[in-house]
Each structure stands twice: as structure tokens, then as C-alpha cells.
Design a protein around this ligand. Sequence first.
Ligand SMILES: O=C[C@H](O)[C@H](O)[C@H](O)COP(=O)(O)O
Length: 233
Amino acid sequence: MIDMDALKRQAAARALEEVESGMRLGLGTGSTAKHFVDLLGEKVRAGVKIVGVPTSEATRAQAEACGVPLTTLDEIDRLDITIDGADEINPALDLIKGGGGALLREKIVASASARMIVIADDSKWVERLGRFPLPIEVIPFGLAATQRAMGEAFAKAGVSGQMLLRKSADGHVFVTDGGHWIIDVRLGEIEDPPRLAGLLSAIPGVVEHGLFIGLGSTAILAGAQGIRVIQRP
Ligand SMILES: O=C[C@H](O)[C@H](O)[C@H](O)COP(=O)(O)O
């Protein structure tokens, strides 16, 4: 049986080869990014000088525990590389992200980076985005109006799906690091991800959505046959 966690760590280890002393790094969130932060901690302890900006409170806590020096986007303006996982990756290196609820900070940090390296096991590679439910971060105020507008956006983009308010394991509404809620929508195949991204971004109650368009520069995919490094076309 394939050890998915071992594959995630292999992808993280390959991404670590891109890190050089002096770099400013965006640190992603999730089970794959967690391996990267762990390995980065080892590199820091070996003397490599880097500074990181975490994309969630969970990553901040982990990075601090690993001894990775941290800063914020208020203190520095640009990052060299963000290394982060993804829920789906297509051949254009457009992504669905936010399965762990960190999409907003992840997108802010990736957008401030010269490069984004996406690390994943190769089950995340898809011809078309949309099998994974698209996370959409919303303001609790006026939720029904926001959902109506989201439904109109889906219709214009030629997709549809049930909108589910994300709950935590304890049954309470899941609240993001920014204090917002998440609506997950399984859309099937998204024919035109950039168009849907634009339509969702135009809705006032939508804080951010999990479509990452044009941000991924490189994907490092680990599978049973080895590692594939794919550059954005
Ligand atoms: O909000 C979470 C992030 O977008 C994660 O990077 C994404 O969900 C992938 O997570 P994992 O590496 O655990 O599959």
C-alpha cells in the first residue's frame, strides 16, 4: 500500500532543495506543508539563515516550535518563495486550496511571493479542477444574500453544486483564522476556473475563494514512480 504521508514528505524534501540562505519564505498550511516546516527547522538548526511568514496560526505555532524565525508582511514587502500544499492542481498549475481553511492568508502570502512552489502527493493532480469541494470564505453577515449571489455566479460560469456551511468535528460552525465562515461547494468539473474566480471575487460577502489562478509557478508531485517537477506552462 502506498504511504501517502511518506510521499508528502518526499515532495517537501524536494522543495527544500530550492531554499537558499538569505531567503524570505511563505510557509503554507496543511499536512504536506507541515512536513516542509519540519524539514526547514532542521535546516535552520544546521545554520541556514531564512525568515518565514506563516499562512495560519497552526503553521505559526509549528514554525515557532521548530525554531524557524518568523516575520510578517508588515515588516517585509516581498517574499522569495512560498511553499504550500494544495487540494487539486491542474496542468495550468491553477489550484483549489482551503481544505484546511487557510485559503485567505495563503493567497495573501502567495501573492506577495516571487514564486509559489506547490508540494503534493500525485493524487492531487487532476485534468480539471472541481472534484474537490471549492472552499469559499464568507462574512457571516448577510449569508443568505451572499449565497444567492454565489448561486448566480455559478450559473454564469456553467457550474452548480450544493453549498455546505463548513462545521468543525465538534459540530460547531468552523471559524477561520480571520473570523469568517467557509462554504464548501462540490462543483464537479469547472470548465473555466479564471472566469469563476473573477465572478466570485466580485461578490461583496465573499472574502476569498479557494481558486488560486496564476499563482503556482512550480508543482512538485511525489508518487509511487518518483518525483515529478512541473513548471507553469
Ligand atoms: O487550507 C489549507 C490548505 O490550502 C492546504 O494547503 C490544502 O488543504 C492541502 O492540504 P494537505 O497538504 O493537508 O492535503
